[in-house]
Design a protein around this ligand. Structure first.
Ligand SMILES: Nc1ncnc2c1ncn2[C@@H]1O[C@H](COP(=O)(O)OP(=O)(O)OP(=O)(O)O)[C@@H](O)[C@H]1O
Length: 323
């Protein structure tokens, strides 16, 4: 088996060990779209399987877009050839946007994992996806969290982890690997649709940056994402501790004394975590700023109403959230 390994097999094997991403003996649900990244991932995991003793299965999500016709059968056939279980979810409603399709897909993958008892969902996101995500979110005005949004692993539910073992492998490398092993890659027509911002970043912006600025721009951007991710994790953990110290009971209130004198970066994160706990939707930049400004504001200063009508108000040393 070792003899048929390539450099990529060895690299992924080492990444899994160093980062402790996929432990031995686990039941892994591999999300396979049929494209080059997830086929490369599947083949790598199958080849590494004897060393790790995983139980592997394939999940495919059919969005029922016209460009998807035939992919589900194609992936099912591959699962049969590889002799591993195949699970399919088909969308009841056709999503109108990329974001809606993605949201449905993650729900569908979680459902399969719960129904079939898998602890981990594994996807084929690559270093190239990481670079694209960074650029996409940068243009939209994201902070460090958005720029480093594609992470090696994160919890989808208390029992299910999402794991991305190919985050240091480029799309050029997954293509080369698929060609070497003659994997039947399904060319997804939606990837060519330049109405999608992500596709324009991939086909126009990144090649431009490569030609005119840095031939290794994908790797450079992925490295920035990796550096930012470690800082984000540190700041989020510190903010979470600070929030625990500052927040108390009914009505929910925050002690301004605890928050004064801490760096603005932490104050903003505390306020975001606070709003995430209290609001039903993700807080906006303006909402976080309005709440942060109350830390040093005069008594009785208020924020504009948050969605749902709650308002935060200064009362002495406290910021009180009134619903
Ligand atoms: N239809 C699908 N069925 C199963 N898995 C899929 C499907 N589409 C994508 N995936 C999984 O997600 C990975 C990333 O795919 P892609 O880059 O097309 O999605 P994306 O919408 O950018 O995802 P994300 O929002 O998670 O970045 C694939 O390598 C594959 O593992």
């Amino acid at each position: 088996m070792i003899n048929s390994w390539t450099l990529l097999h060895a690299r992924v094997h080492q990444t899994l060990r160093q980062r402790q991403l996929l432990k031995k003996d686990r039941r892994l649900l591999v999300a396979v779209s049929g494209g080059q990244d997830s086929l490369c991932l599947m083949k790598l995991l199958l080849d590494l399987q004897p060393k790790w003793n995983w139980q592997l299965a394939i999940a495919h999500c059919d969005h029922r877009w016209s460009t998807d016709t035939g992919i589900a059968e194609h992936v099912e056939k591959l699962a049969r050839q590889w002799d591993i279980p195949f699970y399919l979810k088909t969308a009841e409603q056709i999503a109108e946007t990329e974001a809606a399709a993605r949201e449905w897909r993650y729900h569908a993958l979680i459902e399969i994992a719960q129904e079939q008892g898998f602890e981990a969902i594994v996807t084929g996101h690559t270093l190239s996806d990481r670079a694209e995500t960074l650029l996409y979110n940068l243009i939209r005005g994201a902070g460090a969290d958005g720029l480093s949004a594609l992470t090696w692993q994160r919890s989808l539910t208390p029992k299910i982890e999402l794991i991305r073992p190919l985050l240091n492998v480029s799309r050029a490398e997954t293509l080369e690997f698929c060609q070497k092993f003659q994997l039947p890659v399904w060319e997804d027509a939606a990837n060519q649709n330049l109405n999608y911002a992500r596709n324009r970043i991939r086909t126009d912006l990144l090649p431009y940056l490569q030609t005119h600025f840095n031939p290794r721009v994908e790797t450079a951007l992925a490295q920035t994402a990796e550096l930012l991710r470690a800082e984000v994790e540190y700041l989020e953990a510190s903010a979470s501790q600070l929030l625990q110290q500052a927040m108390t009971g009914e009505p929910i209130k925050l002690n301004r004394f605890c928050l004064r004198g801490t760096p603005l970066a932490l104050q903003r994160r505390v306020m975001r975590q606070f709003l995430q706990q209290c609001l039903s939707q993700a807080p906006t930049f303006e909402q976080i700023e309005a709440l942060t400004n109350l830390i040093n504001a005069p008594n009785r200063t208020r924020t504009p109403p948050f969605p749902g009508g709650a308002v935060a108000e200064v009362q002495g040393d406290w910021i009180i959230l009134r619903c």
